[in-house]
Structures are given as C-alpha cells and as structure tokens.
Design a binder for this molecule. Structure first.
Ligand SMILES: [Zn+2]
Length: 367
C-alpha cells in the first residue's frame, strides 16, 4: 500500500469489511451502522474512531515516497529512480510515462498530491517561478494571481530580491503585484546569507510531515537542564516574547531588533541570525560558520544540527544563554534609561558597550 496505488474499488471493499466487523455483522445478518463511515474516519481527538479512509491513506503513503525522492538525495532509492525516470529534472517536473513501472505511476500520483499542497520556502529565490509556483504565505492563495507583466514571464523570485542588501526590492514588488499580494511578499522574511529554496509542507509547523515528531523527541532527549528543554520547546512553538511575537499579538507596534537595529526580531533572528551574535557563535565549537546552517526557524535549525551530527545540547545551551542575557540586558537598559531620563532605549543600545559584555558572559556560562 505504501508503494502501489490500489484500485478505488478494492479500497471500498476492504472498508466495507472493516465496517461490518466493527458493527458486529456476521455472515449475511445485517446490523445497523449507527454512525456514518466518514465520522468514524475522523481522528479520535475530533470525535471519530481514527479509521483510515483507505484511498486517501494510500495517496498519503505514496506522497511520502515522492517526498523522499525530493529530499533524500543520497539514498539508493533516489539514485535508481532518478537515473531511470527523471534523469534531467527533479521529481517535481517529472512526467508520467507509459513505459514506467506500476511503482513509478503510483509515486507520480503521490507527487501530484504534494503538488496540490506543498509550498516553496523562499531562500535565494532562484528555483522559484514568480507566476507558476506556490510561494506566498497564504493557505488559500499561495500563487500570484496578479496579471503577468510583459518582460517578466519567466521571472524568478530572486529577481525581486536586492542581492547586495538581501532585502525585497519594494518598488518592483509594488509595481508588479496587487497591494494585498505585495504586502504578502514583503512579509516573507529573507535570510541574511543566501540559502537554498526549499519545498515545505505548510500544514505542519516544521514544514516537513515527518520532521515534527523527530524534533520533539530530540528536544526532550537533550542532555541539558529541564529549563533549557522547556525553553527550546517554547522557541519551536514561537512561544517566547520576542518583539515579533509580541507584535503579532498586538502588544507592541513595531518589532525591530534592538541589538542590530536592522531586522525584525523573530525567534530565529534573536537566537541565531542577528549580526550582533557573530562573536558568540564564532566562538562556539561546531558553529563557527553558521551560514552553513541556513535556517529560518529554530525547529529547522535543531533538525539541521542533528542531521549534520553537530552538538544539539550545545546549541540549546547557547541559545538559552543568549535569550537569558538578552532579557537581562533589556531589563538593565530599561532601568538605566529610566534613571537617566532618556526617552528611547535605542540610544543606549547603540553604544555597543553591552554587546561585548553579553557575548563574553554567554561563552563563559556555556563553558
Ligand atoms: Zn538583530
């Protein structure tokens, strides 16, 4: 079932056998089926019995195979199928051919399920077509609906990014798209360093249907104090009060990072990407060159750190320390600012005095 597409008739027949067994039907003596099958197929937490709609379940398993062909490029499975069925393109563009095996036809069906739901996460934007691919952060309209502008028919998302500042070219974005779409494009965060574009599954927080459970296992298995595990769980759930998270809840009305004063203070920025953290990460063994681990969320980062066999315990400890010091710094500065009668926090932050202090203390505490 996880490799081949089953006939719809066969799935219905199996479901019918399950239904009869469930309601206690023996032989030809009919029993009342009190609850309809669709309801029984809902998850238990939604009031169903968690039975599987076998046609959908079959499609989901095949989609997982297609997902493996998209992401596990070192596997033997990938190398054999790549050579045989899509030597010159990715599985994404692969065509179904009449000469293919039943397994290949089945995987293409799974790929089509992914095509309906998967989204691009913008990295450097070179692999993403502006008009054809799903890359907007919207469940309902992930594709650009504005009319294609002549001269931009083959445009890539990278054309909308200023390569030197790694920010959106706002004039171009406003010129090409409707105001709503332009706002959506400009809300997509861009990494400071060029990162590969990635296909994600937007219906799970990690963007990968299989990764989510893995990450929780990793976090709760970390060899660090409990408060640090809790902190990492909260960071993955976007449940720490960064300025960006406070802005989303309308507690603040701006979210500029007070350390660098440039980018918005998302969780990933506050703990990983901010340029003022260079010194700290450069002196953390295994994380000296963090551009190698381009990640847009803490969850991604934990997975990548684990995949690259780096020390996740150390990552967690340093992140916790960075956050702890950031809060102390913020609190101290607030008190100092009040005492000095200064109007704005920013003027004290820009002094740079506390930046070296914070990095030294962080490294010291971790050791
Ligand atoms: Zn910053």
């Amino acid at each position: 079932m996880s490799c081949f597409k089953l006939l719809v008739g066969l799935c219905s027949e199996i479901e019918s056998l399950i239904r009869r067994f469930w309601w206690g039907q023996k032989g030809e003596r009919r029993k009342v089926h009190w609850v309809k099958w669709d309801t029984l197929c809902l998850p238990k937490k939604e009031g169903g019995m968690g039975f599987k709609d076998l046609t959908n379940f079959n499609d989901a398993l095949l989609a997982k195979q297609a997902w493996r062909l998209l992401h596990n490029k070192d596997s033997l499975f990938y190398r054999v199928f790549k050579m045989k069925f899509f030597p010159n393109c990715s599985i994404w563009e692969a065509q179904d051919s009449s000469s293919g095996s039943h397994a290949w036809h089945s995987i293409i069906k799974g790929r089509d399920v992914l095509l309906k739901g998967a989204r691009w996460r913008v990295g450097c934007g070179e692999d993403i077509s502006i008009w054809n691919d799903a890359w907007l952060p919207s469940q309902e309209h992930p594709r650009i609906l504005s009319d294609i502008v002549s001269g931009f028919e083959d445009g890539r998302v990278s054309d909308l990014i200023n390569p030197s500042t790694r920010t959106w070219d706002e004039n171009l974005v406003h010129g090409l798209f409707s105001p709503e779409e332009a706002a959506m494009v400009l809300s997509i965060p861009l990494s400071r360093t060029p990162v590969e574009d990635k296909i994600i599954w937007p219906f799970t927080p990690s963007g990968n249907p299989q990764q989510q459970n893995e990450v929780w296992k990793l976090i709760w298995g970390l060899n660090v104090p409990n408060k640090v595990r809790n902190f990492m769980w909260r960071a993955c759930k976007e449940a720490i009060p960064t300025k960006h998270n406070l802005l989303k809840r309308k507690i603040l009305n701006e979210d500029r990072c007070e350390q660098c004063g440039v980018e918005s203070e998302t969780t990933a920025h506050a703990l990983w990407n901010c340029s003022t953290l260079d010194e700290i990460w450069e002196s953390t063994p295994g994380f000296e060159d963090r551009s190698q681990l381009g990640a847009s969320s803490v969850m991604d980062l934990i997975n990548l750190t684990h995949e690259k066999r780096k020390n996740v315990d150390l990552l967690a400890m340093v992140m916790w320390t960075i956050w702890h010091r950031r809060n102390q710094l913020r609190y101290t500065l607030e008190v100092r600012t009040r005492n000095r009668g200064l109007g704005r926090l920013g003027s004290v932050h820009n002094s740079g005095l506390e930046k070296s202090e914070v990095s030294l203390l962080c490294v010291f505490e971790v050791k």
